[in-house]
Design a protein around this ligand. Sequence first.
Ligand code: C2O
Length: 616
Amino acid sequence: MAGSSATHESKGDAHDLAHDHAPTTANGTKSASGRPRKPLIILAVIVAAFVVLGLALGLGLGLGLKHKHSSEGAASANPTANTTNLQNVATPKSADAFLSPEIVDEPPTTRTYNFTVEERTGSPDGVQKRMLVVNGQYPGPTIEANVGDRIVVNVTNKVSNSTSIHWHGLYQRGTNFYDGSMAITQCGIPTGESMVYNFTFDGFVGSTWWHAHAGTQYTDGITGALIIHAKNESVPIYDGDIVLQLADLYHGFSPDLLNLYHTPGGIDGTPGNEPVPDGGTINGVGQYGSSNTSFFNVTLESNKTYRLRLVNTGSFVAMEFSVDNHTLEVIEADGTAVEPFAVSSLSIAVAQRYSVLLRTNQTAGAYWFRSGLDQDAFTYDNPGVQTEVRGIIRYGVDNGTIPDVALLDSPPSLPDGAPGDLDTTDLVPVDGGPAPDSTFSVYLTISMQYASGPDYLSRFLSFINSTSWEPLLKTSSLFAHLGNHTADGSATLADSQLVTTVNEVHVVDMIIDNLDDGDHPFHLHGHKFWIMQSGVGRYQGESVDNEHPMQRDTLVIPAYTHVLLRFVGDNPGFWAFHCHIQWHMAAGLLFQLNMLPSESSKFNIPQYMVDQCQRA
Ligand code: C2O
């Protein structure tokens, strides 16, 4: 299997050339028929050189290799990317899901990581697919540290497009340029180059994750858990600590899916219909169809309390999490400790995190746990979709014990009186109190439409107010601002950038009307916001509830509703506020705050990061 996928995605010139060497199934007509001959010859030489090199290195790159064809449009095709023999993606061991909360007693330290981003072939649910991963594994390495620690992450980019790594939920006070948002706080790390992220954990405590923040790259696998311990975290004590990364999964490569999403015809004939996932994974392991029998599984001890850190590292749909025969107690959401709240299941939107306590106090045995895809979000029928991913917990029985397979499709019901599903409005922060009064407000509307005409490239796009974000090229909002001051210190950027500049410290209200018929999980970089008010329809000046407003960094704004969010704006830099659904962000659903520009202009940004813009 691995050998046959050697020249994986083959498109454009390089594909045509490779095809000349290795005739396979019908390729159809060449799309770039009018191309002059000379570049083809040059490319042929380059490809031939790689073939020779590949053979010399013993990579097994032969001439009879099968080419997998994609019939979709022209996603970026890098000639060199088609000539490497892709290695397989590794799946971390189940034991790697166990965290080490005891490190909280260690003195402050610097933790160093090397991340190599590369393309590989993976089969998380048994179906082989093209992936982009860190250090050859999916999910990528878990970073675990204490608040106050410094991390140094040297990221080397071996994929054919620029990349960047974002540390979701961190505040990055004074280090906005390490936020990792491509075209906003940095240019991408060019192919073949490295960049070092170097910052301290300056306040965020709890469960979060890191992911690529360049196009839709994380959809293809560049994700990992990020756990920050602190001695004063206001959560109950527990005996064991486990991270569970729940994600939707696409058998297609995300740039191809995105092209289909953008096209006038849409992916199924309806513009704006998001690609429906094919299934999902739990810590990189999923099932597809009846034949797959791999399950993420852990063996626990009886009569203990485990903290399960649930992270939705997916791209589109919410995941409904439950454990057969057990109730759960929610204790943390997006790094905010909450009053323990019993539930039988909970829905986790893309990019949200929850910690729940699981007590191993039922009959010794093996139990299924479930991560169900929110099918309400599916816009068309995807035959064969695996709508629920399963894993196994067991205690008091041998490693390897499997729960009753008859229960797979008919989960046992909990006894009468068991708690219900989580209602996020029930979450009460442990250390919460009233938010300060606001001194500044921003009003935003969300809409999505198929905008025709040359200005819109005839693509399905998302709008905040009337702007559809497009990434700046060869610069970032932050870098452009540094050399481009206006009288008030704000930045002048292209029309595709909707930026609100806040020149002094303010308590900022963001009022958002979701005029779209879809739910949008919105995330604010660099801050947690208080959820002051929410309700159906447009915001009409409703009074806020300021007793114990919940604070988090990602919330769902349901279709045709509004929210009023508040945060303390004292953190200099450019901060994105965007829908975390990867298709929507790529279609432009992103807004930027330019906070305290007179402070960010004093940032000490490594010169090589600015220089990388020329090659990004
Ligand atoms: Cu989790 Cu802008 O990202």
